[in-house]
Design a protein around this ligand. Structure first.
Ligand SMILES: Cc1ncc(COP(=O)(O)O)c(C=O)c1O
Length: 377
């Protein structure tokens, strides 16, 4: 079976982890943690990095830093991972959903404004499967309505977006450089991984300090066991950060390889009829985090059936996200009842992704594409 993803730990990961064990720096302080935060923030063009235990924790902590009131609203895409909605709900706020763009599968920026109301405080754009959201459009709305942008770049390490594309100041910037707080995951299926892990990056010193405090149970420097705020244990360990540093040493190679794999898949699959493949907008440099495909209505087969057939041919796949508005867990809390988002619903039923890991060999890619052709051509 060709797996959907496999982490590649072929650099100095083992050396650095061994150093932690040898020196006893295995917990949530140490030189690798500092280096991991500094280097990842710098790679994203940001001033501060705050490493945490997961991308989910990074999202929850980001919202906690904003000091929102219960009942305040945060706009998120419906087509995303549940972490985005949980981050809002666990902060006593209300997630408000926006449908997906049929081409990029990211939140449809033309549908955000209709969701902005008197309680809206923030927007959370999510770069889905490695393709950037049209961030200029999001930022224009945020400026117009005084909203904070929490950028979820968990799936878009190293992806780039061309900001100011119709101006003389057009500039390619990395995903993770656009939010007041921007969030990453370093879970094992991400191109750069620490096993489990996440990070917030920001330029705002006050937010960075707040995030550092809240990730560490809001202990106070002067009076440790006296708490003015409710924090959490969202700490990352030096052991995990050691792996992260070794991964960052190879970041350019890793991101280039991801882009190459994506372009290679597109070349090999683009002639199959009634299937849409990931796009790359002229203003985007995607990393094709997961290489998806969406079956058109002309085909009787849906994504679940296609997944079964590919499994029979030795190819592991994963279904696309099920929209937040279709989750029983939220319906039980009377959220999103009777809401419908046609694009996200279609993607959930007709989309899946193929093996997309860094370890995918030439031979495996040929076998995956042969299998897809066999079922769909
Ligand atoms: C868009 C997005 N946000 C957040 C997360 C959560 O990250 P983690 O699995 O590290 O908690 C993920 C995980 O894959 C994700 O895809």
């Amino acid at each position: 079976m060709i797996p959907v993803n496999e982490p590649i730990l072929s650099g100095r990961e083992l050396d650095y982890v061994s150093e932690c064990v040898r020196t006893g720096w295995i917990s949530s302080a140490g030189k690798f943690l500092e280096e991991f935060e500094e280097r990842w923030a710098a790679y994203c063009g940001r001033r501060y990095g705050i490493a945490v235990g997961s991308g989910t924790a990074a999202l929850q902590l980001s919202i906690a830093c904003l000091g929102l009131e219960p009942g305040d609203e945060v706009i998120i895409p419906t087509f995303t991972i549940i972490s985005c909605a949980l981050a809002v709900i666990y902060n006593q706020c209300v997630p408000v959903l926006v449908d997906a763009d049929p081409a990029t599968w990211c939140m449809d920026v033309s549908r955000i404004e209709e969701k902005i109301g008197p309680r809206t405080r923030a927007i959370m754009p999510v770069h889905i499967y490695g393709h950037p959201v049209d961030m200029d459009a999001v930022n224009r709305l945020a400026d117009k309505y005084g909203l904070i942008v929490i950028e979820d770049a968990a799936e878009a390490q190293g992806a780039q977006y061309l900001t100011g594309r119709d101006t003389e100041q057009a500039l390619w910037r990395r995903c993770g450089s656009f939010g007041a707080l921007s969030v990453f995951s370093f879970y094992a299926n991400k191109p750069l991984t620490t096993g489990e892990g996440g990070m917030i990056v920001t330029d705002d010193e006050r937010l960075a300090e707040k995030a550092r405090s809240l990730r560490n149970l809001a202990f106070q420097p002067e009076r440790r066991f006296y708490h003015e705020e409710l924090g959490n244990n969202f700490r990352l360990t030096n052991l995990q950060a050691a792996i992260g540093v070794a991964q960052i040493e190879r970041v350019e190679e890793i991101i280039a390889r991801k882009r190459l794999l994506g372009h290679e898949y597109t070349q090999r699959l683009k002639d199959i009829e009634h299937v849409s493949l990931p796009v790359e907008k002229p203003w985007a440099r995607s990393i094709y985090w997961m290489y998806g495909l969406v079956l058109s209505e002309e085909r009787e087969l849906d994504a679940a059936e296609l997944g079964e057939k590919l499994k029979g041919l030795g190819v592991e796949t994963r279904p696309f996200f099920t929209g937040m508005h279709e989750q029983p867990a939220f319906h039980k809390r009377a959220l999103f009842l009777n809401e419908h988002y046609g694009v996200a619903e279609r993607l959930a039923r007709r989309g899946l992704y193929l093996p997309s890991g860094l370890g995918l060999t030439e031979d495996q890619m040929t076998r995956v594409c042969d299998a897809v052709h066999m079922v769909l051509s």
